[in-house]
Write a protein that binds this ligand. Structure first.
Ligand code: SAH
Length: 384
């Protein structure tokens, strides 16, 4: 009974998080705000929501009390529900969030000496099936909405006490679209969300500090550059089509040569704005020194840095991480050719928060929970 009551009450209020300015203004006018006053009210609510992280209208002290009450009756600024928060021994934090039955996704905060990065999901599950990626073993449930994408940042800033977003010494200084899912298969929602992230009167992170990572959805790369304008990372992972076809199967649709051409043409590319090529180090698969030399040959002329990612294992994964000595030799060849080749330190492995480890563990647990629930329902239906 209470469940139904809650759902009904919730459904009456419309969530405002994730609406663009025009949609927010239209919502206010719908609710009876005079058209003349609407732009001003919209900016005020926007500023409270995204600069100050207000979670309810009562906090908006420069708005009249009865106006706040009227807003509160119709709208909310709700975040995704936090199902679990885990903190790694290295300080990495992972949140499992939920916005509806079976709509669960993860966000990871990675603190470093000179920055704090939030790794944000764009989809629940994924369609790509990259062979070394845990998320890839999970079917796509659905795209996340702009509100759900933004909501990840709001939850993290709430938990880290990281408001106002325009203040000095923020804990979250960078956002990477490197969580679950393929952001370029959810282009419109990712674009809408990142516009709010990059808005100076919004979540206020400069576009230089926002990186979108793609497995190589080639036709969408020019649009990402023109319409989103963030930094670009590309999950390259192999230098020959025979291998990339197997480990990043989208390569069969958009092979390496086409992918690299899209990188060469990426709008705004320069030495100050380089593409990051991600390269997961898989023992005896893509980590030979010949592969390293071929890598620097095929990317010649592209302002780039190469991010070598030690493979993060997961239960049943068909690969092993390359030996450290091999990773170092590989990095040195790339580096001597003139490319920065940082090795990404694995973070949060103990809580399954490292690259490619997201979500699946909680899915498994939940699947078994669902089974248990189903069985108990079946049992309770059996005639006694
Ligand atoms: N779909 C996008 C966004 C995911 S970003 C993309 O593919 O770029 C996550 C990064 O982690 C990608 O570069 C991905 O290839 C890499 N990755 C996936 N599984 C991994 C694993 N087990 N170990 C290390 N890196 C992994």
């Amino acid at each position: 009974m209470t469940d139904t009551a809650l759902i009904t009450a919730g459904a009456e209020r419309r969530g405002l998080i994730g609406l663009d300015p025009a949609a927010l203004q239209a919502a206010l006018i719908d609710a009876g705000v005079a058209a003349k006053a609407a732009p001003m009210r919209m900016r005020q609510i926007w500023n409270w929501a995204y600069v100050h992280g207000a979670r309810d209208f009562a906090a908006m002290t420069n708005l009249a009390k009865d106006f706040r009450a009227a807003m509160d009756a119709r709208f909310d600024l709700a975040r995704p529900e936090v199902v679990t928060e885990q903190i790694s021994e290295d300080g990495t934090r992972k949140w499992l969030l939920r916005t509806g039955p079976g709509i669960e996704f993860e966000t990871v905060y990675i603190p470093e000496a000179d920055r704090g990065t939030l790794c944000v999901s764009s989809q629940v599950g994924c369609t790509l099936n990259c062979r070394f990626c845990h998320t890839g073993t999970q079917k796509l449930v659905r795209n996340l909405t702009p509100g759900e994408i933004i909501g990840q940042l709001l939850v993290a800033r709430d938990a880290l006490n990281d408001w106002p977003s325009t203040g000095e010494n923020r804990r979250i200084t960078n956002v990477v679209m490197m969580g679950m899912g393929e952001p370029l298969y959810n282009f419109d929602n990712v674009k809408a969300a990142l516009a709010i992230v990059a808005d100076g009167d919004g979540l206020a992170l400069s576009k230089r500090r926002i990186t979108l990572s793609t497995a190589g959805v080639v036709p969408m790369i020019p649009r990402a550059g023109a319409e989103i304008g963030s930094a670009l990372a590309v999950s390259l992972h192999a230098v020959r089509d025979e291998i990339r076809d197997v480990i990043v199967p989208i390569n069969k649709k958009y092979p390496i040569a086409e992918l690299l051409q899209a990188c060469r043409d990426y709008p705004g590319l320069s030495n100050a704005r380089r593409i990051t090529f991600e390269y997961v180090m898989l023992k005896d698969v893509n980590d030979s020194l010949a592969d390293a030399r071929e890598l620097v040959r095929i990317i010649r002329g592209i302002p780039a840095k190469i991010n070598l990612i030690p493979f993060n294992p997961w239960p049943g994964a068909p690969y092993e991480c390359s030996d450290w000595a091999q990773i170092e030799k590989f990095a040195e060849i790339v580096n001597r050719a003139g490319y920065a080749s940082p090795v990404r330190t694995p973070r949060g492995r103990d809580i399954m928060a490292a690259c490619g480890q997201l979500k699946s563990e909680s899915v498994k647990k939940r699947a078994s929970e669902r089974m248990a629930e189903m069985h108990s329902r079946e049992l309770s239906r059996m005639p006694g």
